[in-house]
Every structure is written in structure tokens, then in C-alpha cells.
Design a protein around this ligand. Structure first.
Ligand SMILES: [Zn+2]
Length: 168
């Protein structure tokens, strides 16, 4: 493991056990590092029975498909973050119509996190990709069945949508 240092005084952190958890703490000033979940937000946008997906152009999961989504800024409302990420990744302006799902994932090499997915409808813009995507578009459940998907939270949200289509 990489040596970590105190954010306050720069001393090397040591492992301590605190409330039954092993923590990195500073032996000099007592600062404790509490790792936290990363928070992402995105949208599920369906049109004419097809789902808006982005193909990742960067690692992790390069070449795999996911819902338009990304990490929230520390001062950003999740609905606004979901709209921002959707515009950045797909060129579409969207209107959030409700909360769809919140799920936790532990399979991202960048760290564990929570994905918030909102239902959304198109409000404007024009479909286009970004520097970080290989392609973007609307796909039917039959098409999605053949696509590799990116990460457990996205995979679950997309597969739940497919199941809903099959039950109709
Ligand atoms: Zn310190």
C-alpha cells in the first residue's frame, strides 16, 4: 500500500482501530482519514422503446456501454449533475421527471460509490458524442442484449429497464 500522509500536518499516517474499523490516522495531530463513497448521477432516457446509452472511450470499461452519468461536484445538486453529465456526454438537454433508482457499487477501480439514476425526457440539444465516448445513441432491448455493459450499477439499471420492456 502507498504511504499516505496527514492532510493537516504532513506526518505519515499509521493504522489504528477505531470503533471496530481499521483507520489511517496521524500519530502527530490525531487527524483521521475517513474514506467516503463517491457519488455519481445520471439519467435513464427512453424514446420510442429505445434507451439512450454511451459507449465509454476511456478506462475503466473502455468500449462498454452505460447510462449517461458522472461524478457530482461537491457543491452540485444531483439532478443538475445528471443533466450536466448527460449534456456533456450526449449533447442532449434533458428534463428530470423523477428518481428511478439509487444503488451502491464496489467494482469500480476508481473506488466504491453510489449511482443515482433519474428518469428524464429530452428537452433540446442534438445527439453527439464527446472526447470521452466512442459512440452514443438510442438502442432497443434486442440491441442492448448484445452489448457489453460497464459496471454493476449501470448494468443493473439497464437490465431492470430491459425486464420492464419484456413484462409489457
Ligand atoms: Zn497530522
Amino acid at each position: 500500500m502507498m504511504k499516505a500522509h496527514c492532510l493537516l500536518c504532513g506526518e505519515e499516517l499509521h493504522e489504528i482501530t477505531l470503533e471496530k474499523r481499521v483507520r489511517q490516522a496521524c500519530p502527530h495531530c490525531g487527524w483521521v482519514y475517513y474514506p467516503q463513497l463517491k457519488v455519481s448521477a445520471g439519467v435513464l432516457l427512453e424514446e420510442n422503446g429505445t434507451l439512450l446509452l454511451v459507449q465509454r472511450g476511456i478506462e475503466p470499461w473502455k468500449g462498454c456501454w452505460y447510462l449517461p452519468a458522472g461524478y457530482l461536484e461537491v457543491d452540485e445538486d444531483p439532478t443538475l449533475g445528471a443533466m450536466r453529465e448527460t449534456f456533456e456526454e450526449t449533447g442532449l438537454e434533458v428534463k428530470i421527471t423523477g428518481l428511478r433508482t439509487v444503488s451502491m457499487y464496489q467494482d469500480d477501480p476508481r473506488g466504491n460509490g453510489i449511482l443515482i439514476v433519474y428518469n428524464a425526457v429530452r428537452a433540446g440539444g442534438k445527439l453527439r458524442g464527446s472526447d470521452e465516448s466512442m459512440s452514443v445513441g438510442f438502442y432497443s432491448k434486442e440491441q442492448i442484449d448484445k452489448l457489453p455493459l460497464a459496471g454493476s450499477s449501470h448494468t443493473r439499471a439497464i437490465q431492470d429497464w430491459i425486464k420492464e420492456k419484456e413484462n409489457k
